[in-house]
Design a protein around this ligand. Sequence first.
Ligand code: NAP
Length: 285
Amino acid sequence: MKSIVITGANSGIGFETTKFLIEKGYRVFGSVRREEEGKALAATLGPLYLPMVFDVRDEAAVSNAAELVRRVLDGENLAGLINNAAVSVAGPVCHQSLEDVRLQLDTNLLGPFIVTKAFAPLLGRKTAQSEHPGRVINIGSFAGRIGLPFASAYCASKHGLEGFTESLRREMYLYGVPVVIVAPGLTKTPVWGKFDGQGLTRFDTTPFGRPYRKALSLLTKTPRKHGMESRRVADAIWHALTVKNPRRRYTLAQTYWEQVAVRALPRGLMDRAVVRWLRLSGNSA
Ligand SMILES: NC(=O)c1ccc[n+]([C@@H]2O[C@H](COP(=O)([O-])OP(=O)(O)OC[C@H]3O[C@@H](n4cnc5c(N)ncnc54)[C@H](OP(=O)(O)O)[C@@H]3O)[C@@H](O)[C@H]2O)c1
C-alpha cells in the first residue's frame, strides 16, 4: 500500500487532497493540531486516514510523529510528503505586529524545513532495490511570484518557499527524490473565512485604513465567488505524485488577473495599477 504524509489535513486543500488520495487507495498520515480533530477526521475518512498531531513549528512534536510513521511503515517508503499547512494574517508592513509576521514565516517557511528534515529520510532513495523513492510536494501560491499589498509576510513566506523548493530539488537529486511546487491562485477554502475575524477596521487609525479595507474585502470576496475548487489543486498534486516525470512547478491560475499577474506583467505597470486601484497615491509609482 502506498502512503503519504500531508500537513494541515483537516481543512481546505489539505482535506480535499487527503480525501482524494484515500479514494485512490493511499494510506494518508495527515497532520492536525488537536487530537479531537484527528479523531473526527478518522471517523469521516475511515481506516486509511491516520492522524498525526503536531504544530509544524514544533520540531520535537514533528520528529516524534516521523518516528511513529517510520514504525508503521515498517521498512516501506513514503510515496510523498506534502507540505501544505500555512496561515495568512494581513496588514501593512509599518503597522503589522511582529508577532503576526513571525507566525506566518514560522508556519509557512520554517514549518516546511522542520517537516522535510523529519520526514525526508522516509522517502527512500533510488537504488537497485528501490526504484521509486517518494516525492516532496510543497504547496506554494501565486503570492510566491508577486507581492500583494498588505500580505507582505505571507508573500515573503511563499517567495521563500519557492527558493527552498528549488534548493531542495537540486539536493534531492542525490537520492532520486523529485521535489515539486504546486502553486495555486485563489482557491475556495475556509481560509477566506478566517480573515473575517481579523477585523476590517483594525488599521483605520493609520493612513492605510481605507486601502486596507478595500483590498481585504475584495480579496476575501473574490475567491468565494470566482476561486478554483480545491479539487483542482488535489488533481495537480495527484499528477505530481504519480506521473513518471512530474513538472517542477504546477501553476494553477483561475481568474484573468491571476493569469496576467503570474505571467509577469511588467512590474512598473503592476505598481501603477495597484496604486491606482487602492488609491495609494502620494508616491512616485
Ligand atoms: N486558499 C487559497 O486561495 C490558496 C491559494 C494559494 C495557495 N494556498 C495554499 O494552500 C495551502 C492550504 O491553504 P488552505 O486555503 O486550504 O487553508 P486552510 O483551509 O486555512 O487550511 C490550512 C491548514 O493548515 C493548518 N495549519 C495552520 N497553521 C498550522 C501550524 N502551525 N501547524 C500545523 N498546521 C497548521 C490548519 O490547521 P488548523 O485548522 O488547526 O488551523 C489547516 O489544516 C496553504 O499552503 C496556502 O498557503 C491557498
